[in-house]
Structure formats: structure tokens, C-alpha cells
Design a protein around this ligand. Structure first.
Ligand code: CP3
Length: 344
């Protein structure tokens, strides 16, 4: 981190409000960009692309060449962690990720000792980005939160209600806790290495903070996120961290307070009023346009963009979507969005 150069997005994470909100777009490198689809073809499999520092750095930079965004997010995936621990992971076009589902024996066969060597190419991607990215752009590293990653590891693929993982957590508490401990430790090492390699900020993606009762939310979401924040700050004091508990609903305030993240990612189903009335006035927030409004564009998008900027006008705010951009998104709509956020 170079304190002399002003990075508006990093500054916002650290609590300084900017005149216009800095912005990035969740999942900004991806299939809605023709140049991404082209590089992706060259790379081989999706994981080959994640572990190819030259091509991964290239796709990280693609959205910034087109749009006036304030941050680049490392191109990788949350599921490189299970891959690094030795679980079989592949990505099928149209189907998303497919893993060999874990049982108790499978958990005990995971090999945390091999993770850091396996993830070395991702750190090389960050070093390359650090060397080429303009000084005012923030470089965001990331990992999946342990619960979100565990839902894929236990079920073998995405699921609408995380039933398999929720049931496993209750029926096999000891094995579940061993898995979560391993993911917490691996994530701390991985995020510390990302910051050391040159990331300015890290985001913890808790994409499945849904469908959990009070006690499970504390055990499966808050505790592991808090342990990562604490563990990371023991290694790197003041490490800037964004937490994104998608679907956290009534638990958002507790999440922010108990984990100690610097900034809170807000999903699009969270009412703007709720943020104003339930979250500390000085807490930096990031979000929260529905990605579908960006697909549709026009008034459906523009009115909500204005409402979001107005609702967060008195606190540090990073403009973003409230979940990832989808492949159907017209590029002209992204151009318009950036124009609106930057210039009104
Ligand atoms: O531009 C960026 O945001 C950087 C790269 C990035 C990817 N995945 C690339 C990717 C990031 C930050 C992620 C995070 C991620 N991965 C999350 C958390 C964010 C969220 O959307 O909730 C999750 C849950 C995953 C797991 C994952 N990876 C799924 C469910 C899928 C398939 C569905 C989909 O979104 O495409 C992936 C594949 C994936 N990860 C792609 C990309 C660009 C598409 C694969 C392809 O190119 O063939």
C-alpha cells in the first residue's frame, strides 16, 4: 500500500466518504465481455485460466480498459480453495461448478499442507497486476467465506437451499467444525498472502448467508468470518476487509459489528431504509443495484441508481451491484451505469 497515492475506493473502505461514490462491479470480469470469452477459449478449462498468471491478469484488466472503474478484482474463483485442498473440482459450461461431494472420510482426507504451493500462481497474478495497474486503482483480492465454500464442498454443486450442508452441520457437528477450522486457517493464509503480494483490500464472499436460523448464522457465518478478520489482522494489522453476507437480512448489523470488517457489502434485497436505520452511520457500505436492472437498463435502472446514491449520501459508499453481473448484460448498459454513478 502506498499512502501517498490517493485510491478513492480503498479510502472509502477505510471510512472516508468521496464526493462521488467510487465503483466496481461484482464479477466484472466475465462472460458478458466478448474479450473475456476469447481469452477463456485460449486458456483451456476455467481452472486453467485461474492458474495462468498472464491470462488471469489480462482478464482482470479487461473491464478497466472499457469502463472507468475504481478497482480491479483479482480473476480467480472461490472454489480454488477446495481444489487446493485436494478435492476434485471442475466447471462445466452451463452447469457451474461440480465437486466430488465430501463425507466425513473425505474431510479427513483433505490436505491443508498442500494449499499454499497450489495457490502460488494466483499470487503471481496479483504481483503482475500490482506492477501494471494505475496507482489510483484499488486492487481487490478475495476468498469465499468458509460456510459458502463448505456448501459447495458438501453438496458437490450449487443448490437453492443449501440443504445438504445445513443438515451436515447439524448431524455431524465435529466433522463440520474440522472442515470449518481448515477453511478458516487456509483462508487466513491465502488472504494474508494476497495482501503481501499487492492486493489493497480483500473481500470475503459469503454468498450463501441465507436460510440460516439465529444459532446457525452465528456458528456458520459470523464466527468463521470473525476468526478470519482477527487472524488476518494478527498478521497484517489494519488489513482492509469488505464482508459480503448475501442474504444476511436481519443479521446484517450483527455481522458487521461482530466480525469487525471495515465495510459491508449489501445485497439488492436489503431495503435502503434498513441500512439507514440499522447500520452504524459511519459504516462504509457497498452496493446494491439489482443486476437485473442493469440487464434491462433505461428507467428501471436509472431511478434505482439515483435512489441508492441518495440513500447513502451521508456515509462512505462504494457503488456496486447487489450481486454479480450476469452474462446477458448489454455492454452499453454498463457504460451508462458508470456514466450515471460518476457524473450524475
Ligand atoms: O470478475 C470477478 O469478479 C473476478 C472473478 C470471480 C469469479 N468468481 C470468476 C468466475 C469471482 C470474484 C468469483 C466469486 C465466486 N465464485 C462466488 C461469489 C460471488 C457470487 O457470485 O456469489 C461464487 C459463489 C463462485 C462459485 C462459482 N464460480 C459459480 C457458482 C460459478 C458458475 C456460475 C457463474 O457465475 O458463472 C462459477 C464460475 C465462474 N467464476 C465464472 C467466472 C467468470 C464463469 C465460468 C466460465 O467462464 O466458464
Amino acid at each position: 500500500m502506498n499512502p501517498v497515492v490517493h485510491k478513492p475506493l480503498l479510502a472509502t473502505v477505510l471510512g472516508q466518504r468521496q464526493d462521488r461514490p467510487p465503483m466496481w462491479i461484482m464479477r466484472q470480469a466475465g462472460r458478458y465481455l466478448p474479450e473475456y470469452r476469447e481469452t477463456r477459449k485460449q486458456a483451456g478449462t476455467f481452472l486453467d485460466l485461474c492458474y495462468n498468471p498472464e491470462l488471469a491478469a489480462e482478464v482482470t484488466l479487461q473491464p478497466l480498459r472499457r469502463f472507468d472503474l475504481d478497482a480491479a478484482i483479482l480473476f480467480s474463483d472461490i472454489l480454488v480453495i477446495p481444489d487446493a485442498l485436494g478435492q476434485s473440482v471442475r466447471f462445466e459450461t452451463g452447469e457451474g461448478p461440480i465437486l466430488e461431494p465430501l463425507d466425513v472420510k473425505g474431510i479427513d482426507r483433505l490436505e491443508p499442507a498442500r494449499a499454499s504451493a497450489h495457490l502460488a500462481p494466483v499470487l503471481e497474478t496479483i504481483r503482475r497486476l500490482r506492477a501494471t495497474l494505475p496507482a489510483d486503482k484499488t486492487l481487490i483480492g478475495f476468498c469465499g467465506a468458509p460456510w459458502t465454500v463448505a456448501t459447495y464442498m458438501l453438496n458437490g454443486r450449487g443448490s437453492p437451499d443449501q440443504w445438504v450442508a445445513r443438515r451436515f452441520a447439524l448431524e455431524q457437528p465435529a466433522a463440520f467444525d474440522r472442515l470449518m477450522d481448515m477453511l478458516v486457517e487456509t483462508s487466513i493464509d491465502y488472504l494474508a498472502a494476497q495482501l503481501e503480494a499487492g492486493a489493497d483490500v480483500v473481500q470475503i464472499f459469503e454468498s450463501w448467508a441465507l436460510n440460516l436460523d439465529d444459532a446457525s448464522f452465528v456458528r456458520q457465518v459470523i464466527d468463521p468470518n470473525r476468526r478470519i478478520v482477527e487472524g488476518l489482522r494478527q498478521r497484517i494489522p489494519n488489513a482492509p476487509i469488505i464482508g459480503f453476507p448475501r442474504g444476511g437480512a436481519g443479521n446484517m448489523a450483527r455481522y458487521a459489528q461482530m466480525t469487525g470488517v471495515n465495510a459491508l457489502g449489501v445485497d439488492y434485497a436489503t431495503p435502503l431504509d434498513f441500512v439507514r436505520s440499522h447500520l452504524p452511520a459511519d459504516l462504509p457500505v457497498q452496493g446494491n443495484l439489482d443486476p437485473l436492472r442493469l440487464v434491462v437498463g433505461g428507467e428501471a435502472m436509472e431511478k434505482q441508481v439515483e435512489a441508492i446514491i441518495a440513500a447513502f449520501a451521508d456515509r462512505p459508499h462504494i457503488f456496486n451491484l447487489g450481486h454479480g453481473i450476469v452474462p446477458e448484460t448489454p455492454i452499453a448498459h454498463v457504460e451508462r451505469l458508470v456514466e450515471l454513478v460518476k457524473h450524475g
